[in-house]
Ligand binder design. Structure first.
Ligand SMILES: [Zn+2]
Length: 426
């Protein structure tokens, strides 16, 4: 049996265990006695992941994976559809709006469906590690955060929609993970634990929220490496300040600012964890949703993470569309991945940014130095709550847009064979 297969079986058995103990009765469950009612499960130790290429590691990263609200409604176990937005009161309305724009979305979809063509792209690219920004709570909690306006949740029984794509770890320091209160956060973390998904950026206290997700890796000569995923957010992305985890309070890893003293504190934390042979990703939720401008503070902080914290990839997100990419001292900085999957179909405004186009990022690094070897992207379009290969025209548009935005950063994006894009930073 391959290690990958064993990992799958471990996850499947953990998930079955979680479902049995949660005792969910029906799709529209409103019970509060799910995973959140129990103490946090200890993550089951997974065997190291085998690295497929000698001396290299390929990471898959993407932006916001928003499987709550409308998308949750088309999955096999939809949450209670009640939402508390100023205009819409049912998550089903987001399905209806999308259907009006792009045609019917049969319900229920299976767990693979939302990934669409991305599953084939992932299996062809065969990354060693798969990382996402999970931009939703995963809970049956009814404890919606009052006054927030937008409250994202996915039913815990829909968690196989993440394991379907063999996701390894999720960044959680974002502005939706606490949308259904602290009970919702607790259940989100327990659900991820039980599904065998690692995470960083939120936790039962500040130490847990700051701690990286650690993925053990093994190369062909049986040398061990680790992938460290750190996750943090700043309030410019919409994270309420009272979501910040504290010494004895659960929450997200919220940075007070991006100034020198914060960078020094973050760097000291990373330095205390990162060992020779580790590859470290800093995932950060920052800035607004629309616009290509890269804040000077973001650039300074990202470069600082590379200079003083030996970060190998800065994984920025929050913008609903892809932004310019920089390679600084041989280390990539993705300032804004763009949304990967959302329920915004049919909602108008900001069309010029083409938020319907999303990217799978494949970043190949030298395993010892962390230096960038290759940076590829595969463009998709979200239609009918599914990722579909982007058209030739849209692929060209993305290449031109990312080249325009990359110019001041010293990068351009070239279209290669088969709807792929590659970054040129030399
Ligand atoms: Zn966000």
């Amino acid at each position: 049996m391959t290690i990958k297969r064993r990992r799958f079986l471990l996850r499947a058995s953990q998930l079955l265990g979680s479902l049995a103990s949660a005792c969910f009765a029906c799709g529209h469950a409103v019970e509060t006695g799910g995973a959140g009612a129990t103490a946090r499960a200890e993550p089951y130790p997974l065997p190291p992941k085998p690295l497929s290429r000698a001396g290299q590691i390929t990471l898959f990263v993407c932006g916001d994976v928003m499987t709550g609200r409308g998308i949750d409604q088309v999955l096999p176990y939809p949450s209670h559809p009640r939402i508390y937005e100023s205009y819409l009161k049912s998550a089903i309305d987001y399905v209806l709006i999308a259907e009006e724009a792009n045609g019917p979305i049969p319900r229920p979809q299976d767990f693979n469906s939302i990934w669409g063509d991305a599953l084939e792209a992932l299996s062809q690219s065969n990354p060693d590690v798969r990382l996402i920004n999970l931009e939703t709570s995963v809970t049956t909690s009814e404890d919606y955060w009052p006054g927030k306006g937008i409250n994202y949740r996915m039913h815990p029984r829909n968690i196989p929609c993440l394991t379907a794509a063999d996701i390894d770890a999720c960044a959680l320091a974002n502005n939706h993970v606490l949308d259904w209160g602290f009970s919702g956060l607790t259940e989100t973390l327990a659900t991820l634990d039980q599904a065998g998904l690692a995470y960083a950026g939120a936790g039962a206290d500040l130490a847990a929220a700051k701690a990286p997700a650690v993925i053990e890796l093994e190369n062909k000569t049986n040398h061990r490496h680790r992938l460290l995923l750190f996750s943090a957010g700043v309030s410019s992305s919409g994270i309420p300040t009272n979501w910040a985890a504290q010494k004895h309070k659960p929450g997200v890893h919220l940075l007070p600012d991006l100034k020198e003293h914060t960078l020094a504190r973050v760097s000291a934390q990373i330095e205390a964890v990162k060992q020779p042979g580790d590859i470290a990703v800093y995932s950060i939720h920052w800035g607004g949703n629309w616009g290509y401008t890269i804040a000077e503070a973001h650039q300074r902080f990202a470069r600082g993470l590379i200079d003083s914290a030996a970060i190998d990839l800065v994984h920025g997100h929050s913008s609903h569309h892809a932004k310019g990419i920089e390679v600084y001292r041989g280390k990539p900085i993705i300032y804004g991945c763009g949304d990967f999957l959302n329920d915004y179909e049919g909602i108008h405004g900001h069309e010029q940014f083409r938020g319907d186009l999303s990217l799978l990022y494949f970043v190949t690094l030298d395993l010892l130095s962390g230096q960038l070897i290759r940076f590829d992207m595969i463009p998709m379009q979200i239609r009918q709550f599914r990722l579909n290969r982007a058209s030739d025209k849209d692929t060209r548009w993305l290449a031109a847009t990312l080249t325009r935005e990359g110019q001041p950063l010293g990068t351009r994006v070239i279209e290669t064979q088969g709807h792929q894009l590659t970054l040129d930073w030399h």
